[in-house]
Design a protein around this ligand. Structure first.
Ligand code: FMN
Length: 365
């Protein structure tokens, strides 16, 4: 593997929903508008980010009163950039694989191969009820997601595709044109439960998980990679982190304290109730949020737990520790997105690259 291939990848959360990435009344110089997001995408690609991840929500939740749809919003970001890859969140249920395969193939042509998807399996029953979608049991949602991904891959790579699943059926179907990216646009998938990990170990190209400590992440990653090896499947790992990088550790910690002191208590509790239900809904009780505290939930994907909070050097060192336990990509959220993405690119990324080089040299020696 070349040095370049071994470099960690970086993604940022697209704030395509209102309220920023923390459920707090602290000032957030982040905006959910198209204009702000296009400028952010341009800043991120200049700063060295590889991916932007959009979110999908059909209804308001935990302060996010307005939500732009993920696939159409991703196109606005692709139009504004030239290198950045944009990941559109897709929710099986509301979306069918036939529509997604067709839409994403076209966007792949428009963007010259820069679209990917993040298949999310659904955690919020109220959202499904509101839009009249049947709500499946936890592991059934993942069984559907697995079929969804199998169907997409089949449509994107084969002519006369035939598929007989419990959720989806295709009969001699040929999509034309096929996507530009070969074999197909990258398929990410988010979750933490056993079902999510099993899907990652058999069908997804990337597994996205909530923030966590290197020790806990290692347990998840080892579990996935052992199963993936048995399945002869290659999967890479992305982890969420809310990044607070400041010139001093004191400043960074003070920002975290301030975010939590201004937590929107009602919204965090409301989200926590739904999320904990989702977390304990998986039969083994290991889903996202199963163990989240009030403070964790102020960042809705447990982003503080990854502890990328401190000086650029401290953060770079922790990022390289994550790489050492098998993390391939850092998915970052920020308080004031544009300015902090810029700071991250200037101060943190060069240090990460330096530390990666040193580690590689040590390994080679
Ligand atoms: C990085 C990441 C991004 C996610 N994005 C979304 C999203 O945009 N919309 C959504 O409904 N769920 C999203 N999810 C939720 C997951 O798809 C899943 O429903 C949730 O993590 C619970 O899964 P589990 O029970 O397997 O842990 C995301 C999860 C992660 C880790």
């Amino acid at each position: 593997m070349s040095e370049r291939q071994e470099e960690l990848k970086f993604a940022y959360w697209v704030p395509n929903v209102s309220g920023g990435l923390v459920v707090s009344t602290i000032e957030q110089r982040t905006d959910w508008s198209v204009e702000y997001n296009q400028k952010l995408a341009q800043t991120a690609e200049r700063a060295g980010f590889d991916y932007a991840l959009s979110q999908i929500r059909f209804t308001a939740g935990y302060g996010a009163d307005n939500q732009h749809e993920s696939v159409s919003f991703s196109q606005a970001l692709l139009h504004a950039t030239t290198k950045l890859k944009v990941l559109a969140a897709i929710l099986p249920g509301p979306w069918s694989p036939a529509v997604v395969a067709k839409q994403i193939a076209t966007i792949d042509h428009i963007s010259n191969g820069r679209i990917g998807i993040n298949v999310v399996s659904g955690w919020f029953k109220g959202e499904f009820t509101a839009i009249g979608e049947p709500w499946l049991e936890h592991d059934e949602r993942y069984r559907r997601s697995r079929e969804f991904i199998e169907a997409l891959k089949g449509i994107w790579t084969q002519d006369n595709f035939t598929y007989r699943g419990d959720f989806y059926r295709f009969n001699n179907y040929t999509l034309s044109p096929k996507p530009v990216q070969k074999p197909y646009p990258e398929i990410f998938q988010g979750g933490s439960s056993r079902a999510a990990r099993d899907n990652a170990a058999s069908v997804s190209d990337w597994y996205f998980t909530n923030g966590n400590t290197p020790e806990n992440l290692k347990l998840q990653i080892d579990d996935i990679q052992v199963k993936a090896a048995k399945n002869d499947h290659k999967v890479r790992i992305g982890v969420n982190a809310f990044v607070i990088a400041r010139d001093t550790e004191e400043e960074a910690r003070a920002v975290l304290d301030d975010i939590i002191a201004h937590a929107h208590v009602e919204a965090v509790h409301a989200f926590g109730d739904a999320a904990r239900q989702a977390g304990s809904a998986s039969p083994e009780g290991e889903g996202n949020w199963a163990k989240s505290t009030f403070e964790d939930l102020v960042q809705y994907n447990d982003g503080f737990r990854t502890n990328l909070i401190g000086t650029p050097r401290q953060i770079a060192e922790r990022i390289v520790e994550l790489k050492a336990v098998g993390v391939d990509l850092i998915l970052a959220g920020f308080l004031h997105f544009i300015e902090e993405v810029e700071y991250f690119g200037q101060k943190v990324l060069p240090l990460v690259r330096e530390l990666e080089e040193t580690a590689l040299r040590r390994k080679a020696a």
